[in-house]
Write a protein that binds this ligand. Structure first.
Ligand SMILES: Nc1ncnc2c1ncn2[C@@H]1O[C@H](COP(=O)(O)OP(=O)(O)OP(=O)(O)O)[C@@H](O)[C@H]1O
Length: 321
């Protein structure tokens, strides 16, 4: 469904060039749920803008459903439903009118429009509010209506750019329930960008993005297993000594030890050694205040590949969300 080859975008300005997307390649299969996970400023939105022909790549190529995005932008847009980060509903219209307007723009005949609007409002759980003005909707309901609208012209690919940004945890959960529901009912390919680990974790495959590059891609499970079987968290009075001890005895931990709070170190169980986490803990010749062991998550994978956590890469851009 999507094939990107060496895709690159450089924003040029008088103040200098900024490489936003740095030669990335990835493929997404039909029906797959694929996520781009990365902090603010990693290049996710720029990639989407190239996918939907809003920005021309500086170099490289992107093919969607067999069509080159640069040479067939209109045909590609017909096949895509996109939910942008910034809300784009008309607040002064009702839910139904927003769908009507979009359907007419796409040249959908009135019978199909009515049928699909009814179906999608129902799937997204907003049928009862169809005749209410959108400005009376909660943030979560607006997002669900945007998704319904994005699906009205029966796209084969749904692109969601941080769809739960700014929503409270309850609304986020509900938006996701509806996204999964619509996937089950309609069965399209979903391309998601997010900086929430748990959202990327529920996808079939994930590409981890940092500073314009894909630093790792695969199923969430595979990425975590490739990192390590276990993560150890050790609190001690002297983290510097513990750090030095770990690196001198387990050289593969160089660059893999993260400091959390004042005296806690977090690191993967070194691979390739016949060692349990408890063996390693027992071998430490320093007083330990507290220790725990857990499975790796995608944040650990991100740190392994980039040396830092999933925080903003350019906090200036949106006030450091
Ligand atoms: N129009 C622009 N002109 C110049 N630089 C830009 C422009 N848009 C984005 N950038 C820069 O390109 C880089 C990638 O930005 P992009 O918005 O693609 O990242 P992102 O991962 O989508 O972040 P976010 O989650 O905040 O949307 C950032 O350094 C950003 O400041």
């Amino acid at each position: 469904m999507i094939e990107a080859k060496n895709l690159k975008k450089i924003y040029r300005s008088r103040r200098g060039d900024r490489v936003a997307v740095d030669g990335i390649s990835f493929t997404v299969g039909e029906g797959e749920f694929f996520s781009f996970l990365g902090p603010n400023g990693a290049g996710k939105t720029t990639t989407i803008q190239m996918m939907v022909a809003l920005l021309a790549p500086t170099s490289g190529e992107i093919i969607i459903d067999g069509l080159n995005v640069v040479t067939s932008p209109h045909e590609v847009r017909q096949r895509i439903g996109i939910i942008f980060q910034d809300p784009s509903l008309d607040d002064r219209l009702t839910a139904w009118e927003n769908l009507e307007f979009h359907g007419r723009l796409y040249g959908i005949d009135s019978r199909t429009r009515n049928k699909r609007s009814n179906f999608l409002l129902d799937v997204m759980g907003i049928s009862e509010r169809r005749n209410d003005l959108v400005r009376t909707f909660s943030g979560g309901m607006k997002r669900r209506l945007e998704i319904a609208r994005g699906l009205l012209h029966s796209p084969r690919l749904l692109i969601l750019d941080e769809p739960t940004l700014g929503l409270d945890p309850h609304s986020r959960r509900s938006v996701w329930e509806y996204i999964h529901r619509v996937r089950r009912e309609v069965g399209m390919t979903v391309f998601l960008t997010t900086h929430y680990l748990e959202e990327a974790d529920s996808s079939d495959r994930v590409a981890i993005m940092s500073s314009g590059k894909i630093v790792a891609q695969g199923t969430p499970d595979r990425l975590k297993k490739d990192l390590s079987s276990e993560m150890l968290s050790v609190e001690t009075e002297n983290p510097d000594s513990l750090n030095a001890y770990l690196i001198s005895h387990y050289s593969s931990l160089e660059g893999q030890i993260r400091r959390e709070g004042d005296g806690t170190l977090l690191f993967p169980l070194p691979p390739g050694l016949d060692l349990s986490p408890w063996d390693l803990l027992r071998s430490i010749p320093l007083p330990i205040r507290e220790a725990s062991v857990r499975r790796p998550n995608l944040d650990d994978v991100f740190i392994y590949h980039t040396g830092s956590g999933l925080k903003s890469e350019n906090a200036d851009k949106r006030g450091g969300r």
